[in-house]
Design a protein around this ligand. Structure first.
Ligand SMILES: Cc1cc2nc3c(=O)[nH]c(=O)nc-3n(C[C@H](O)[C@H](O)[C@H](O)COP(=O)(O)O)c2cc1C
Length: 231
């Protein structure tokens, strides 16, 4: 693909809020999710789980948590991007173990990242380590650069990972003529309950997807001159 084709794809995308009832095949949804999985994730921890809602009954049960947004009902599928708060513990050895076996990462690199993850994510002792990190981080930052710590701001870390993957999903869907609407206007607690998503997951975003019933007009963008800062 060249940049002209990618540019055309990006400029063609709109947030679609009115869908045809035509279903999306299981194999196509699966293919879109496999493409979405190619998105980068912090430390390759891959914290996202996808809940693919196609049953009208379940869509009806979440529409109220989504503040009555009608696209949730008209879309043949709604993808819930759920992010695992325990992903560092649950996935690191698994994903890095495969890469280690395949010779893609070295033992040394894995050990360095294991220690970094422990330092950045761990809330030991007794689950209160985040408080210690919150209190000491500003002091440590006086002497050395320190990123925001997921142990303290876990949901911000999860949201970054979801944002990156969500865009991948939307562009992949666009490439096969599907329309999408990213939605963050919902009551997370109620939505999680209706979809039976375990407590350890955050849900920063859901995406309604389907064949567009109409083509919405393009929404404006700020002048690039105002927002691009060339150094
Ligand atoms: C994080 C995020 C949350 C959003 N939440 C909603 C939402 O709850 N409901 C909705 O109709 N659109 C939602 N949108 C879509 C935006 O309204 C839309 O992207 C914006 O108006 C630009 O329009 P465009 O996507 O057609 O270019 C959301 C978009 C993003 C990126």
């Amino acid at each position: 693909m060249n940049i002209d084709a990618f540019e055309a794809l990006a400029f063609h995308r709109r947030s679609v809020r009115n869908f045809k009832p035509d279903p999306i095949s299981h194999s196509l949804l699966e293919r879109l999710l496999r493409i979405t999985q190619t998105a980068p994730s912090s430390y390759n921890i891959q914290p996202i789980h996808y809940y693919v809602i196609r049953q009208q009954r379940i869509k009806e049960s979440i529409v109220r948590s989504c503040l009555g947004q009608k696209q949730v009902l008209s879309a043949p599928a709604v993808i819930v991007f759920a992010a695992d708060r325990d992903a560092a513990t649950n996935n690191f050895e698994k994903t890095w173990g495969v890469d280690l076996a395949n010779g893609v990462v070295s033992e040394e690199k894995m050990e360095i990242c294991r220690n970094l993850i422990d330092m950045n994510f761990s809330t030991k002792p007794l689950g209160f380590g985040w408080l210690t990190k919150l209190l000491f981080a500003p002091f440590i930052r006086l002497f050395t650069p320190l990123p925001e710590l997921p142990a303290v701001y876990k949901n911000a870390w999860l949201q970054k990972n979801v944002g990156v993957a969500a865009m991948m999903f939307m562009l992949a869907a666009e490439s096969v003529g599907l329309g999408t609407c990213p939605i963050s206007g919902f009551d997370e607690r109620r939505l999680k309950k209706a979809v039976k998503i375990p407590r350890r997951f955050d849900v920063p975003l859901i995406i309604a997807v389907g064949y567009p019933a109409e083509r919405p007009p393009a929404r404006s963008r700020l002048p690039l001159e105002e927002i691009a800062h060339w150094l």
